[in-house]
Design a protein around this ligand. Sequence first.
Ligand code: ZN
Length: 503
Amino acid sequence: MSPQQAYNELVGQMKEISLLGSTASLLAWDQRTYMPRQGAEFRSQQLALIAGMYHERFTSPKIGDLLSQVESTDLVKGDSVEAANVRELRHKYNKETKLPKELVEEIVRVTTLAETEWETARARSDFAMFAPWLEKVYDLTRQSAEAMGYEGEPYNALLDNYEPGAKVSDIEAIFTPLRKDLVELLGRIKNAPRRPDPGIVERNYPVELQKIFGEAVAGAMGYDFSAGRLDITTHPFCTGIGNGDTRITTRYNPKRLNDALFGIMHEAGHALYEMGLDKKNQFGLPAGDATSLGIHESQSRMWENQVGRSKAFWVYFLPQAKRIFRDALADVNLDAFYGAVNDVRPSYIRVEADEGTYNLHIMLRFELERALLNKELAAKDAAGEWRKRFKSYFGIEVDKDSNGILQDVHWSAGLVGYFPTYTLGNLFSAQFFAKAKADMPDLTKQFERGDFSGLLNWLRQNIHQHGGRYRANDLAQRVTGQTLSHKPLMDYLNAKYGEIYGI
Ligand code: ZN
């Protein structure tokens, strides 16, 4: 077989394997949206079966042979798409082949059940109910890290699943100066001479009107409803099933405009990345997939924050919002509204946090999951430890565990090592957006006209079309000419809050 033939065979194999994976994604979407509660046990069997089949096919010696036949040939010289696909498939293959099939199936089975238990525990704010599941998930996650192998601590093996190549030491190197600068900024905001009135966004916002407005905003961003849909879930998410099918979900609070609105913008931002990947030609291959979760999150956070929480965006959308939410917004002007959606204060829920405090939520989770994984903290003590650390980070007491450790889906779903990618996303997003503005000096004017196509095209061109061809840090370097740093995010936050708070 020539290297080209081996590569073509590999592409064909990966396509079929990824069709299995996308079938599981569709079942998981259904589990979180429409599946009846009593269907959880059966669904866990379906998902475990598919995960086992996926694992078996992907780790078969045949895939290893095909990779070997292509590696070190002219076909994968330089930084071609083929080279990137082979490089990243090899990385994944070497990790995945170390995992026993039984463990892969058990993780899927247990996390599917744990997620349903978590939903109930969260609704009842009952940590004791969830604690045994947390312990089981961490046991299995630890086993998978041990099987895959790592340098330093087990967390590195898991982090690499979401942010290929990243290490705990990289995260710490960026979190430490970021934390220092954020604490300093939050201190200045606390003593600011003026404050916005967040009450404006905490009036009556009927859910059916929020849905209409949210869909209009997502449509203006470029989210294509003929290639997607919007449903309701406990924990909002986006899932790219395949070409022509990228779905988003949200949750509505009739007393607060921000949650669903910025949630929809966030998930639609993820969806635009998925929709911009080359799934026609590269489906099932790294070049047709997101390069890392940090980059994925940079897209969602950019639309949610740099766009959705900008004044220019509301120059266009506030008049429309006033027509839809007649009662709630009748007396509200642009500056007051802009201030209200940018109000900074310590709060319990990460996904609803302002841009100033958001990253502290991530740092708290990063510390706790490392402690749980390293067995420095027992699962049963995790809620208490959360409360303690939350108080020291935010200066307020957690009132109930559904506002504390039970708020996020991740640990029940087995997503350990995932949280830092949210902060990486914020950092990448600020760095990319600064470059987009430099490349398009009239970007603010475009937003004021309700035109977001310039930004979307820029993202398609610079980020989306490459998929996983470049790893996250290489992509940032290529696009912005800079390595990842906390400075662009702090510059952006200092400028924004400087104006709003008069500091
Ligand atoms: Zn996200």
